[in-house]
Design a protein around this ligand. Structure first.
Ligand code: SF4
Length: 359
């Protein structure tokens, strides 16, 4: 058994940073230095629910609590939960028989649920309800004899889970090129679904290509790209044309964070970079920069954004204007297995709770 398969506690060594004076001397800035801070940003309801599920599992069941895959795609969140006693594994066979395992927000296929049952594992399913919705669609459309074109990134855990609901009836379409070449047996019984964290624009481009080739392609009943992905992309679309630089806080394996960099560049940011932590910011990025856009992916705790803002203030970007393009108040109830435990223990969180968002 390996308990370090996805351990992320490795130390990160900061680079030497020039002083703000050195940066200013290298390329004087014209115009007032300012930060445009995107809202919404950071934690979505699905991530919040998944993080609190692990926190509450640790609190009520005690360490260790096993978690299959990263609970959410964020280095800081994973290492913080590891420090509290969570053990992240890649597969169920790394979990001791009878132990408690939490399934991540990205969802699992029926085969994974079955393998946990076969091993006698106790499970808490922290799959985001919006991912579960896509799973249910896949099952229903396959039962109705449709073939599913699943737009998403092959190898991403969410896509693996959705694909696993109906593998005989599903083909993954990764990009526009694949949309131009994918072959289907019956173009009159065809529907598309998508990963929840894609670029809205690129997904619609893929759908347009598919529809041109397969005019009877059906739409899902509602968009699969979730509200949080859409809202974070809309906010950065507003900011990007005014920004010399956009900094996205988020991890490399966070699909929605990576998409935010792409969307920022597409909508006019002169440069855009993704960082896990403030100390990864390279001072050369500030040369000639007056306005910096800042946002964060849906799995990023706000404390990491605050660190970035503090660093920006050191370089003279102390004026922060929040650009609000939507407000969010969605709260998902906790996984049912956990609610039962909390209720029995008299923990009021069984009625609904948010994580600290400050791991
Ligand atoms: S990004 Fe969307 S689908 Fe993914 S966990 Fe958050 S709310 Fe759920």
């Amino acid at each position: 058994m390996s308990s370090t398969a996805v351990s992320l506690s490795m130390p990160v060594v900061p680079r030497r940073r020039r002083s703000p004076e050195e940066v200013a001397a290298a390329a004087p800035v014209t115009g007032e230095k300012r930060v445009l801070l995107a809202a919404p940003r950071g934690y979505c309801a699905g991530v919040d629910r998944a993080v609190i599920a692990v926190e509450k599992a640790l609190e009520h069941h005690g360490a260790p609590v096993y978690v299959r895959k990263q609970i959410v795609h964020n280095v800081h969140v994973v290492s913080s939960l590891e420090a509290r006693g969570a053990i992240f594994v890649e597969e169920n066979d790394e979990v001791p028989e009878g132990a408690l395992v939490v399934f991540s927000a990205h969802g699992v296929s029926p085969a994974v649920v079955q393998s946990a049952a076969d091993r006698g594992l106790r499970t808490i399913d922290a799959t985001c309800p919006l991912v579960t919705k896509v799973h249910k669609e896949a099952v229903r459309f396959a039962k109705e004899d449709n073939h599913i074109l699943l737009i998403g990134h092959e190898g991403h855990e969410e896509v693996e889970g959705t694909y696993g609901e109906a593998p005989e009836s599903t083909t993954i379409v990764n990009n526009p090129e694949e949309a131009r070449t994918v072959q289907v047996a019956d173009p009159d019984h065809l529907i598309w679904l998508s990963q929840t964290t894609l670029s809205v624009d690129e997904t619609m481009e893929i759908v347009d290509i598919l529809r041109e080739r397969f005019p009877n392609l059906q739409n899902p009943p509602s968009d699969d790209i979730c509200y949080a992905t859409t809202n974070r992309q809309s906010a950065i679309k507003e900011i990007a044309p005014q920004a010399d630089l956009v900094i996205v806080v988020g991890s490399a394996n966070s699909s929605n964070s990576v998409r935010l960099v792409e969307v920022a560049l597409e909508y006019g940011a002169k440069a855009s970079y993704r960082v896990d932590f403030a100390h990864e910011i390279d001072e050369s990025w500030f040369e000639g920069v007056a306005s910096v856009g800042v946002t964060s992916g849906a799995s990023v705790p706000e404390i990491l954004v605050k660190d970035v803002l503090s660093l920006l203030a050191e370089y003279g970007f102390a004026s922060v204007e929040e650009v609000v393009t939507a407000t969010e108040d969605i709260l998902f109830s906790l996984p049912k297995e956990l609610r039962a435990t909390l209720k029995a223990a008299g923990d009021p969180a069984y009625k609904g709770a948010r994580s600290s968002n400050l791991l």
